[in-house]
Every structure is written in C-alpha cells, then in structure tokens.
Design a binder for this molecule. Structure first.
Ligand code: GZL
Length: 348
C-alpha cells in the first residue's frame, strides 16, 4: 500500500513541479542546495526489516496555525493521514492563531531534534529568528500553505501551496463577466481573511488589480473577518446595515466567511446569489451545497489536501534531492452550473 501511495504522490509531485514558479528572490537555483540533509529512509532499515521501528522513522515536526475553518480542518486531516501512510512520525502542534505559540512549537521541535520541520505560518512576518535557530541546528524547514517574509531565502527549503494572487484574479474575472450587463455602478463589499496572512494579502491584491481601472466597479466596504463563519456573519451584517441594496457583489476570501454572510443577507431580507452575487474561495462541500441552492455564484478552489505532497517533499529531502523554491498546487474555478455535479466529489 505504501509503495502505491508513494507512486501516486510522486505523480502528483511531478505535475506540480511542472507548475513551479519562483517567488522568494526569484532565483532559479534549487532552494535547498545548501540545506542540511537527513539520513535517507532506505538507510534506516536494517538487514531483513520491512517496517521501520519508531526509533528510526523520519520525524517531522509540523506547526499548524489553527482550526479556524473547514479548509484548515481538512488540511490538518490530510497531513495526519499522509504521515501515517508514509510511515513518517508526526509531531503535531496547533497554535490556534498564535504566532508566538508557533515559534515556541518550532523551538520545541528543534530541542527534540526532529529530522524536518514544516510550518503553516499564520502571518508572513516575524519568522527570521526562529528559522535561523533551525538552520543552526541543521534542520531543514518546509513552509506549507502560506508564505513567510525572509531576508535570507536559504532559511526555507521550499514552499508548497496555492497561488493566492491568481485566486484573487480568478474571482475578479468571474465578477467582471457576471456583471457585464449590470450598469455603471456596481457596489462591492469584501470580507478579508486574517490580516497579514498571505492568502488575505494576495487574494485582495489579485482581485483589486483587475478592477482598479474599471470605473463601474466601486469597493464600498472591505474588512477582515479572520476566515471564520461567525465574524463573516457579523461583519456582513454591518455592511448591510450601512449599505443595504447598494451592495451588488460580495467577494469573500474564504467559504466560512461567505457562509456566515449568506445567513446575514437572508436575515436582512435580501437574496444571496441573486440580489447580491457571492464569490468565494476554498471549495468546501458546505459552500458547494449553498452554490447548488443558488446562494453562492462562484467558488475559486484552494486545495487544502497538501499532506501527500508534503510527505513526498520530506522524503525527497531525506534522499538529499534538490527541490524548487516553490511548488504550486493545481486548482480550478467552479460556478453555479457546475455545483450539483461537483458537490459529491468534494473531499473536504
Ligand atoms: C489558504 C488558507 C486559508 C483558507 C482559509 O491556503 O491559508 O486559511 O483559504 C483558511 O479557509 O482559514
């Protein structure tokens, strides 16, 4: 079973390798040309062994940022399952949105002398010191899901996750097409994700860059609702009280906030998906169910199932292979007409 799953992972990886793009520094050199290497898995087996004893498994320390959304829960499950499948010992810490707790978790992994550290960073800044400590300890670091801002890009072996700027562009392209016959003053409200996080920064930039020169689109309100259902509902209620029927479009940086907004719109007496066009990001089953009901109009996919690729990267590092600076996961865009056919395919 492990052999098959590794092959599948490899095929996935070959696909995403083809999509790589360099972001940090844009250097074409492999990111881990001077990174510490770890004992390859093959060299950890003794004569005649077919399973690694726990004492000789690759040990991966993973710092997860929280449990704020269905996307995050699916991401955590994917990582746990893939580590189990790959025979990698996972030391897992959930920081519940606290960067300080993430830093403490990384320090704990260093103290426990894990082989590899992976981080899903809650925000982009403030990582240089603890990543220097990991480098001094000779432990390679992978960044998963969101980016970190670094002066020294050699502190991270590679990044695996989405192109958030492209997700914002896809959302704007859908809106421009959907609203092409809707007159010259289209009021937009935006529910942003966690302030300072890569998906919130980049989805917003990608979206706004495409509409900034289009006079007919007016951004009426934009506020962070921290990627959660509850805050999405609370902030959308505020927008409705202030702007009412001037609101024609909602761009939500994730599904949980969009689902909260759907409730707020209905309680306000308007029709989500009709009076207010709703564009969201992630692709959770709950959001697809609402889109099948006609209450969300477009979902830009953001893939949380990073576990298999992450474990493959850990194994590549253990074999001493060089990796690209960045590995981007392939993603789609879904609209109302596709919802009913796709909803049962959603794995999260
Ligand atoms: C995106 C991820 C975001 C999701 C949200 O890769 O970091 O965080 O879009 C999640 O649902 O909370």
């Amino acid at each position: 079973m492990r052999g098959r799953s590794v092959r599948i992972i490899y095929i996935c990886l070959a696909c995403v390798f083809a999509l790589t793009a360099c972001r940090a520094g844009g250097s074409e050199q492999t990111a881990n040309s001077n990174s510490p290497t770890i004992t390859p898995i093959a060299n950890r087996f003794s004569e005649g062994e077919t399973e690694l004893p726990d004492s000789r498994k690759i040990r991966l320390g993973f710092s997860q940022l929280g449990s704020e959304s269905d996307w995050r829960l699916a991401n955590t499950e994917s990582i746990r399952e893939a580590a189990e499948e790959a025979g990698i010992e996972l030391l897992f810490d959930n920081a519940e949105q606290s960067q300080q707790k993430q830093v403490e978790a990384v320090r704990s992994f260093i103290a426990q002398k894990v082989d590899v550290i992976a981080i899903a960073p809650v925000i982009e800044t403030g990582w240089e010191p603890v990543l220097q400590e990991a480098k001094q300890a000779g432990i390679p670091v992978i960044v998963s899901d969101r980016f970190v801002e670094l002066q020294d890009p050699s502190l991270v072996v590679t990044f695996v996750g989405s192109d958030f700027y492209d997700e914002g562009q896809k959302a704007a392209k859908y809106m421009i097409d959907k609203m092409r016959d809707q007159g010259d003053r289209i009021g937009i409200v935006e529910l942003r994700g966690t302030e300072g996080s890569t998906p919130s920064i980049e989805r917003g930039s990608g979206f706004h860059d495409l509409i900034k020169d289009r006079e007919n689109f007016k951004l009426l309100e934009s506020e962070s609702a921290d990627f959660t259902f509850a805050k999405g509902k609370e902030v959308m209620r505020k927008f409705l009280e202030r702007r009412g029927s001037d609101i024609k479009v909602l761009f939500s940086h994730n599904d949980d906030m969009a689902l909260g907004a759907v409730e707020a719109i209905e309680e306000f007496g308007m029709r989500p998906g009709k009076d207010i066009i709703i564009i969201s990001v992630d692709g959770t089953r709950k959001a697809f169910e609402k889109m099948a009901e006609g209450k969300i109009n477009c979902i830009v996919e953001c893939n949380p199932l990073l576990g298999p690729i992450l474990m493959q990267l850990v194994m590549e590092i253990s074999e001493g292979r060089s990796l690209p600076n960045r590995i981007v996961t392939p993603e789609s865009v879904f609209t109302e007409s596709m919802a009913a056919a796709e909803v049962n395919n959603r794995k999260y």
